[in-house]
Ligand binder design. Structure first.
Ligand code: KG4
Ligand code: ZN
Length: 332
């Protein structure tokens, strides 16, 4: 079953063709980060306008690279939310229009569920039940996943998402946008033990994350040690200290969730799951303690159409069809 997936929830215009929810035949991503870099973050109106310009060429490229015609597609899937409303409506309008024009079924997909499904785009996908940690620019959510349709939220961030913290700290350190990759590169040259940064936790809610205090702690260090902004070595130390604190928080909560649920499998996905230090710590700990760890390849951690196609495949197979009057949603 061939599904065309369309993703426009934030600042990537993406489309992909996936066979049977598992085999990626093509995945095309047109990133907009150079457009938003000068503003230090995503500007929703600019994102929406660029999606409108890019979406049809991106879909055409996805079909061409997969070597399939619209007639050969069995269904379409589009991200319904959460995300930026103006950005989501572009993908939704195109998804509905193509579904009607090609007379194919359409599935509406939850963006965070799609991130989890990126871990299934492999020859040896995980089995259920599992714990999934979705770490992106907008969310830091821990789930217990029972099957393709049922998942329970175990914990989330009460303030900033982990990716958002990377982006905000990159801005504080005057490193540019998007912050995650830049901080990772810089942190590789720094000593994480030079600066003492907090690992914020909420004792009465052990699976809840909080990253705004960590960001504030970095801001204090920048204020107290102005050489952070002029001395590349000191800046690298602070970047490394920050990254290590985020990794500690993410890995600690994920393990607590594994212990609480009794699950043996862990999926970590979303843009921050592309972080090399996080991947290394997860792999070491899972290996040492006998847990099965599933990390999507780097290109499928950040936003892409393949994960949307995979999620859509399972919805369509379960008989779900998106109502043509259905709208997008920003939260939830
Ligand atoms: O999943 P994603 O592409 O979009 C959302 O759904 O939000 O995640 C984007 C986030 C950004 O905040 C970006 O800074 C972060 O993922 N990110 C990283 C890395 N690559 C992307 N954070 C840390 N290390 C990375 N290598
Ligand atoms: Zn995402």
């Amino acid at each position: 079953m061939l599904i065309l997936g369309i993703e426009t929830s934030c600042d990537e215009t993406a489309a992909a063709v996936v066979a049977d929810g598992r085999r990626v035949l093509s995945s095309v991503v047109a990133t907009q980060f150079e457009l938003h870099a000068q503003y230090g973050g995503v500007v929703p109106e600019i994102a929406a306008r660029r999606h409108l310009e890019s979406i049809l060429p991106v879909i055409q490229a996805a079909l061409d690279r997969a070597g399939v015609s619209p007639q050969e597609i069995d269904g379409l899937a589009v991200t319904q939310g959460p995300g930026l409303i103006g950005a989501l409506v572009i993908g939704m309008a195109v998804g509905k229009a193509l579904a009607l024009a090609w007379d194919k079924p359409l599935a509406g997909v939850h963006h965070l569920q799609a991130h989890i499904l990126a871990a299934f785009l492999t020859d040896s996908p995980p089995e259920f039940p599992l714990v999934a940690l979705v770490v992106s620019g907008g969310h830091t959510n821990l789930y217990q996943v029972h099957d393709f349709q049922r998942l329970d939220l175990l914990g989330r961030s009460r303030d900033d998402a982990a990716g958002e913290a990377f982006d905000k700290v990159a801005k504080l350190l005057r490193l540019g946008y998007p912050g995650g990759v830049i901080i990772e590169r810089l942190a590789a040259q720094g000593n994480p033990a030079t600066f003492h940064l907090p690992r914020p936790r909420i004792p009465e809610e052990p699976l809840t994350f909080s990253f705004s205090g960590l960001k504030t702690a970095v801001a204090h260090q920048v204020k107290n040690h102005p050489e952070v902004l002029t001395d590349p070595g000191v800046r690298a130390d602070l970047a490394a200290g920050f990254q290590e604190a985020v990794v500690d928080c993410l890995v600690g909560r994920a393990w607590l969730a594994l212990e609480e649920t009794g699950c043996q499998r862990l999926v970590v996905c979303g843009g921050v799951a592309a972080n090399g230090r996080l991947r290394q710590v997860l792999q070491d700990k899972a290996g040492a303690e006998g847990y099965e760890l599933f990390l999507p390849p780097l290109s499928l951690c950040t936003d892409n159409g393949a994960m949307v196609a995979a999620a859509g495949y399972h919805r369509l197979r379960a008989g779900e069809r998106l109502d043509m009057s259905a709208d997008v949603f920003s939260r939830g």
